[in-house]
Design a binder for this molecule. Sequence first.
Ligand code: PGA
Ligand code: ZN
Length: 436
Amino acid sequence: MSNTIIKSVRARRVWDSRGRPTLEVEMALRYGATGRAIAPAGASLGSGEAVDLRDGGGAFGGYGVDKAVAAVNGAIAERLKGLDAADQKAVDEALIALDGTADKSRFGGNALIATSMAAAHAAAAALKLPLWRYLRGDGDGLLPVLLPLPEAQIFGGGVHAGGRVDVQDFMVVPVGADSFAQALAWSAEVYRAAAGLMTEQGRLAGVADEGGLWPAFDKNEDAIGTLVKAIEKAGLKPGEDVAVSLDVAASSFGAKNRYRLARDGVELTSDALSGLLVDWVERYPIVAVEDPMAEGDKEGMIRFTWAVGKRIQVIGDDFLVTSARRIRAAARDKACNAALIKPNQAGTLTETQAALAAARKARFGAILSARSGESEDVSVVHLAVGWGVPQLKVGSITRGERTAKWNEGLRIADALGGKKGGDGPLPARSAFPWKK
Ligand code: PGA
Ligand code: ZN
């Protein structure tokens, strides 16, 4: 398609939700269509992720992106000119070959993912399609379009809250909602109720990096208890309407056989941490636990999945780093049963899609996820809808970089509803097949 031929690629430095530099890539096609995307950035990084290239030095705490911007404006722009933006695989293969490193450390996974996503945006614009519709392609024409089931953060902890509590995300999954709109409305009611409880206890202290309430708790478990109370206070049934999910992000407070829960004043073996988490799963309406063990603790992951994997989602984030190879290995080892899918961990859309395909083949759950460092970019929502990913995790229901994404989901739901009479049907039952 000649109107999707790449004419120019340009990067600029923009700012993320932590006030750090990041890069935006803008791609222009032959007859004037343009597309742009902004790279997100994690704080609790898996060591196997595509490298987030930073300048180092004194400016911006070393987080400058001049090198990544220069890579796009130089070698990448030169190489992509004349390629077809609608041939995502060709664009991504060119990027991968040009970078030439296994971890994308030459040009940076941040430069590559922003370029890769900009190509998709530009091609969709040339074809006059919303990105999700473009990504869906023609092959799935007869299948219903489903909105992803949200996973919304209520308390933010771990490295997103200065280590105030050890567990990173205390989230809600509105498993009983009938639509995307209802799922968000319930999440917002729980957030309000949780803020009310924190106020009553004199613990309200602002928000963490992803907009969840600051976790001013004396123990990690208190956050779960308060979250369940908040669900009830919102008039919803814990576990039936709205369930709890945790991202333990265990790599940030421990490694194989040595986990230090500073807030609880204990140091645990892998086995003991597993026991503690299993106990929480038994006593609270928890439907998913992400990264229960550190990224290198495969035995711990296997042990925990053996204990609860038939009842809940055991999600690999740092453990899988959106790698098709690691997902296949985890399936073989039964080390988890769901994959967090973060495009910038993989570095290109093609590799992200390969990870998703591996997750599907393994019958894993899949959750499309944003990062803790975000922007107004809403690509992840379109990827989730277009690729039919059953769940979406983009942080809390406050802060503009979060609401930008939830609200984009509402727009898509509305557009679909106009045709089908709903307001965004959810794959809730298929995401949690063990729930009625
Ligand atoms: P990150 O956190 O973006 O800081 O890595 C998100 C997560 O761990 O899921
Ligand atoms: Zn995580």
